[in-house]
Design a binder for this molecule. Sequence first.
Ligand SMILES: C[S@@+](CC[C@H](N)C(=O)[O-])C[C@H]1O[C@@H](n2cnc3c(N)ncnc32)[C@H](O)[C@@H]1O
Length: 239
Amino acid sequence: MAASAKTLTLEKPNVTGDWTIVLPRHRKQRRNFIKSRMAEQGQPWIKFKLLKSWIVFLGFLGSEPKMQMVIYGIGSIESYETPRLQLALAILMKKRLSWIGDMEVFDPILSATETRVLETLGGSVLSVNEQGRRQALKPTLFFMPHCEAELYDNLLQANWRVDMLKRVVLFGNSFETYEQYVSVFKNSTVINLRKHILAVRRFTKEAGIKTVSDDYFRAFHDLSWHFFQLRSRDGAAIW
Ligand SMILES: C[S@@+](CC[C@H](N)C(=O)[O-])C[C@H]1O[C@@H](n2cnc3c(N)ncnc32)[C@H](O)[C@@H]1O
């Protein structure tokens, strides 16, 4: 599909939740597009919003010395660059941030070799498919880059309680974009499969990340940090 500079965009997720990336044909247009996205996402107030959400979230660590990281849907690190880059970010975070603890990984497509590599890199690969339904009984960072919408919805459903949602920080597809998509394409099946995503939107603090070069675009486009915070009627945070 030809894409003009104006229409070049990350198309909304399709019915199955997959993403279609429509990049401009020309390198210059692509660079301009990425620059404009960076300018949008690099606003100081967004950085402040993210920092504030992290500070609030880390406050929940309480007596827990570390926050566990659960990685769902990383993809095949043997076959594709995108999952390798995403995994590199997770490992970097674990190395650099002293408060990140165990790293658990699950993707049904992981081979025995990939499992061994992940374990050598410090992860433990789950043998059970949780279908994304891990309950946050302690503060948990869910690292889920470009997963299907249903997996995010399962995660939210399993944690659909104030005390659990507050322990969740989620790195994954932008919920804001999902909401924009369903507001345009009012398809009841699509809405139904994303009902927890849509319902949690008004309690979500979302901060998109910026992609700093073409090389990382495929791995990190349209990903956001999500924090969940319930508010009382007067606007005060409930937790
Ligand atoms: C769209 S791919 C994303 C892969 C990679 N993160 C990327 O950005 O290219 C979604 C991934 O989710 C995985 N997946 C599907 N069901 C899953 C489940 N129940 N738990 C964890 N991962 C799952 C798929 O095998 C696939 O690798």
